[in-house]
Design a protein around this ligand. Structure first.
Ligand code: FAD
Length: 458
């Protein structure tokens, strides 16, 4: 049985759009490759990297590598890179928050985060928070994924004093279901090796990872902890505002313009606006047609790959006890189920077609009928979750770049971007934030080669 061969989040799944968009009308969506290559996983334990100095007084490995990278950069003439004094980040999703954290922690820079709505207002506050170390093996994000999965484990400790992130290790299985049988004869005995799902209609199952390769975190709590730490460590701040353009002088970025006509001065600007990063590459004359903001226009920046959003609904059910196995069903609309350590169970699936996002952040319409279908599926698949109380219904957009590969790096002198992480943005945020912070502060990214993610690759 290959239960997830057609998984709707499979890597490279094609996303077709209308011909409205200049760059391309067909997109590759990076996705959950569902463990197809998981056997190649090295299954290394997370790399713990304690403080700056080890017990022996030597520099901790991460600091040593930063120092070596700085020396190498200097030898190549990059020593001219000036550490910026004022950094502004547009977008308080998980990518912006992680970047702020690493700027503060590793470089003592306290950036200003500007968000149109609030921290984690969009996908970053509504995602599942599922993390898999080896599901991207063989894809362009393999190294980023390994680095990030390991960083999550370190962060679980480092961020503790700034608030719980609900990080935990857990197991995952893929379950192939014959929907018709499951609906006609729901229930049956418990599914072998899954403590909460029923066996009715199940055609086969496959382990997708254990505690060494699967983990989860609460996305909103992670964002909040990143921001609290960045404030504490280096005086970062958060302001509400709608970023609308870059101010540049003599070919260098000098500030972030806001739609109210003000400008926040900066010598480095980071653009992490999730699916709204679509605005960056559109002409300045183009009104973007956001619902509720008819004035918002393109930024007219070159080399900004187009990003689209895939709208997903999710429901949060309250289980009678804490469950600890994530399940990817195939069949019955392919629901993905992530139980959380507080007894909540996150259920998502059945995405809308990908499109340019016109909703304002945090104002995505929730269609009751889609949520009701997700609940109905759980009623069929699990007698334990049948008629469980519904804590929350939600919808948000998963941001994917034109070729399905995240867009991360320097766009032009003093301007950096980080967007398009698809269904793995929570997983990939730490490595992305760390790499961006290092590049902004030192001109180098010693732990992750950003070449593959270069915004200028098109
Ligand atoms: C249903 C669902 C489940 C998911 N589950 C997982 C999962 O289990 N694991 C995983 O790794 N990933 C998951 N993802 C993917 C992940 O949520 C996203 O990749 C990630 O949250 C994207 O983060 P971001 O910071 O790029 O963008 P966003 O979270 O979209 O944040 C962008 C921010 O920019 C702000 N903004 C927009 N325009 C402006 C402007 N003009 N000025 C200022 N601010 C602006 C918005 O208010 C918003 O806060 C899931 C996604 C969805 C939709």
């Amino acid at each position: 049985l290959q239960p997830l061969a057609n998984c709707h989040r499979a890597a490279g799944a094609r996303v077709t759009l209308s011909a409205e968009f200049g760059q391309s009308s067909t997109f590759r969506r990076s996705g959950r490759s569902c463990g197809a290559t998981k056997n190649r996983c090295s299954r290394r334990p997370p790399a713990g990297e304690p403080g700056v100095l080890s017990d022996t007084g030597r520099l901790a490995p991460s600091r040593r590598r930063l120092l070596m990278a700085a020396c190498a950069a200097s030898a190549r003439g990059l020593a001219t890179h000036k550490k910026p004094q004022q950094v502004v980040i547009a977008g308080g999703g998980v990518i912006g928050c992680a970047t702020a954290y690493f700027l503060a922690k590793e470089h003592g820079i306290g950036p200003t985060i500007v968000d149109r709505k609030s921290i984690a207002a969009a996908a970053s506050g509504n995602a599942g928070g599922f993390l898999a170390r080896d599901w991207n093996d063989g894809s362009p994000t393999q190294e980023m994924t390994h680095r990030s999965f390991d960083l999550h484990a370190t962060l679980a400790e480092d961020l503790k004093k700034y608030g719980a992130t609900d990080y935990r290790r857990l197991t995952c299985v893929a379950v192939g279901v014959d929907g018709r049988t499951a609906v006609q004869k729901p229930g049956g005995k418990k599914l072998e090796n899954v403590d909460w799902a029923d066996s009715a209609g199940v055609m086969g199952m496959r382990p997708m990872g254990d505690e060494s390769t699967i983990a989860q975190v609460h996305p909103r709590k992670l964002c909040d902890a990143f921001v609290a730490a960045a404030k504490d460590l280096a005086g970062a701040s958060v302001v509400e505002g709608c970023a609308s353009g870059l101010r540049e002088e003599d070919g260098r970025v000098t500030g972030l313009e806001l739609s109210d006509g003000t400008c926040i001065e900066a010598d480095a600007v980071v653009l992490c606006m999730g699916p709204w990063s679509h605005a960056l590459g559109r002409p300045k004359t183009e009104k973007l047609g956001l619902r509720g903001d008819s004035d918002y226009s393109g930024w007219g920046l070159q080399n900004c790959p187009l990003v689209v959003g895939t709208k997903y609904h999710a429901v949060l059910l309250q289980a009678p006890r804490v469950l600890s196995q994530s399940v990817f069903f195939q069949g019955l609309g392919d629901p993905e189920v992530y139980p959380r350590p507080d007894g909540e169970v996150y259920v998502t699936g059945s995405p809308d077609p990908a499109d340019i996002v016109r909703d304002l952040p945090g104002e995505t319409e929730v269609r009751d009928e889609v949520c009701d279908q997700l609940v109905a599926k759980m009623n069929v698949l699990s007698s334990e979750l049948k008629d469980a109380p519904i804590n929350h219904k939600q919808a948000c957009h998963l941001p994917s770049a034109v070729d399905g590969v995240p867009v991360v790096g320097e766009l032009r002198s003093g301007a950096y971007v980080g967007y398009g992480h698809g269904c793995w943005g929570i997983l990939l945020a730490p490595a992305t934030g760390e790499a961006l912070a290092n590049q902004i502060a030192t001109g180098e990214s010693p732990f992750l080669d950003l070449g593959r993610f270069d915004p200028r690759r098109f």
